[in-house]
Design a binder for this molecule. Sequence first.
Ligand code: SIN
Ligand code: FE2
Length: 209
Amino acid sequence: MLVLPKGVRHMPAYLSRTVQEELVDEVRRIVQQAPLFVPAMPRTGKEMSVRMTNCGPLGWVTDKEHGYRYQPAHPLTGAPWPPIPDALLDLWREVSGYPHPPEACLINFYTADAKMGLHQDRDETDFSAPVVSVSLGDDCLFRVGQTTRDGATKSFRLQSGDVVVLGGEGRLCFHGVDRIYPSTSALLKNGGRINLTLRRVTKPAVTAS
Ligand code: SIN
Ligand code: FE2
């Protein structure tokens, strides 16, 4: 059995085929309102191979001029991001162990040759909430490491319906997508992979108890 770093959970086949299909329909509706954009690396402006959009009160964006950040509006249309679908809010309640809702859902589209370099998710101000990530469509080779870039890494395959949680000591583990395995799923008509990443961005306001 593959032993993952503490706080990193892989839940294979967590979502039923029906829920996966519902999510794909939701993503299509979101993309109609909030078109996919091409993310670019800070400073160099090098384009990433994935295409992105978001739903939720905040969305993660990146470009040459302003770098990685969260913002309430789409970078091209200026419109607020569409809301996070209920099925994803339900998933967050089930697996996050965190008492407040996620604020951002990043939607990544991978074509057959897209990948994502090893990185940490660290643009949030609240690391006490986990990152919850959903895979839809074609399989990918996912890599997860330690909380330092040079730490040992492990790779495993993610399939449609799998959920990965990076929480607790694993919240800041490096991770990335080495490759897509084309034509391994029939969920998306035109192939490819969708990843949905739910995150809490801000610390919740302290309320009197
Ligand atoms: C990400 O870390 O933003 C994406 C991870 C994935 O595609 O599984
Ligand atoms: Fe990430």
